[in-house]
Design a protein around this ligand. Structure first.
Ligand code: SAM
Ligand code: SF4
Length: 347
């Protein structure tokens, strides 16, 4: 039995705390907020969106920038210090730099980042930087144009590469590449992405394929595991050692080559890290979720649209975290994928 389970209090039996940090019943403190600003996307990665017929929330249901900022202002004093803007594709949200400007100056924001597929990055990177953004995660699974097209059902690899080059040139403090690894498809990309990133002095984080696709294409035998990838990288570049001082609450496990270059693995399937989870998610249409895989969510849009409901808003944030389960059950027979696919939750 894991120490997490031993720590377990009767889930949600007692009321959520009314003060202090954002705590759940398993003792996990929440400091990382993912905010989705749209569920739309300009490409169609097969592990996230269907090729046609994706369903989107009506535009009128999307949180406005003042509503998002209001949420952040309520959450920051509760111990949130890291905010990641995601989607869908966040660069599709009109005037995104205005939101970045508003969030980057809020007291308590230690770390503000955007996760993007990079297609629109070449033309938006400078405005995002000028608005105060310093951290970017750019999603890129392959450097092969045909494989990129097969994965995303679009021919935009060159635009993504131009976006990464623009971000490097502008001088963002941190640029990371997020690569989803799929068995039987992206094996040839593991080594080439590391080489590509190393040449630009940026880090790659390989993400195991998770059951979050709209069409339920996931199966365990399509997961290229962190161990598989470490073996391939070791064969090419020599030994990779786990980084001892890495943040245990970060989703990526960091590894280092002999020359100090690091890669990360988000091994949600083969090495679940729920025990250390500190993340809370706000969907573009104002639903608060304590887990990517949660089967329940809290609708906070009415409170965000109501004047003077700050105390109620804080109470709902606290109680949503308090309801958090011990963790997802991808590796169990009882696992049921969430009703919302990845693009509509916000990764
Ligand atoms: N559109 C942006 C992008 O692609 O980076 C932001 C949203 S996307 C949902 C966030 C991250 O989720 C991406 O980096 C992508 O690699 C990851 N992702 C999407 N579907 C996934 C899946 N089924 N399993 C693992 N990671 C996934
Ligand atoms: Fe779009 Fe990102 Fe989903 Fe790919 S992973 S379809 S880029 S939201």
């Amino acid at each position: 039995m894991s120490s997490l389970v031993q720590l377990a209090a009767p889930a949600s039996a007692s009321p959520a705390p009314v003060a202090g940090l954002l705590l759940d019943t398993f003792g996990r403190i929440h400091s990382d907020l993912r905010i989705s600003v749209t569920d739309r996307c300009n490409i169609r990665c097969f592990y996230c969106m269907p090729e046609t017929g994706a369903e989107f929330a009506p535009v009128s249901s999307l949180l406005t920038f003042p509503e998002i900022v209001r949420f952040a202002k309520t959450a920051l004093p509760l111990g949130i210090d890291k905010i990641r803007i995601t989607g869908g594709e966040p660069l599709l949200r009109p005037k995104l730099p205005n939101l970045i400007s508003a969030l980057s100056v809020l007291p308590g924001v230690r770390d503000l980042a955007v996760t993007t597929n990079g297609v629109l990055l070449a033309e938006t990177a400078q405005a995002l930087y000028d608005a105060g953004l310093r951290r970017l995660n750019v999603h890129l699974d392959t450097l092969d144009r045909e494989r990129f097209r097969r994965i995303t059902r679009r021919d935009d690899l060159l635009r993504v590469l131009a976006g990464i080059d623009a971000a490097v040139r502008i001088g963002f403090d941190v640029i990371k590449i997020n690569a989803v690894a799929i068995k039987g498809l992206t094996e040839p990309d593991i080594v080439s992405l590391v080489r590509f990133a190393k040449e630009r002095d940026i880090e790659v984080r390989f993400i195991e394929f998770m059951p979050l696709d709209g069409q339920h294409l996931w199966s365990l035998d399509r997961v290229l595991t962190a161990d598989d990838m470490i073996a391939a990288l070791t064969e090419e570049f020599g030994p990779l050692a786990p980084v001892a001082d890495a943040d245990p609450r970060a989703p990526a496990t960091e590894y280092e080559f002999a020359d100090g270059y690091r890669v990360g693995f988000i091994a949600s399937v083969s090495r679940p890290f729920c025990l250390n989870c500190n993340r809370l998610r706000l969907t573009a249409d104002g639903k608060l979720r304590y887990c990517l895989f949660a089967r329940e969510e809290t609708d906070i849009r009415p409170l965000l649209r109501k004047e003077g409901a700050d105390e109620a808003l804080e109470a709902v944030i606290r109680s949503t975290v308090w309801q958090k389960w011990v963790g997802h059950e991808i590796n169990r027979a009882s696992f049921a994928p969430p009703q919302r696919p990845m693009y509509s939750i916000g990764g």
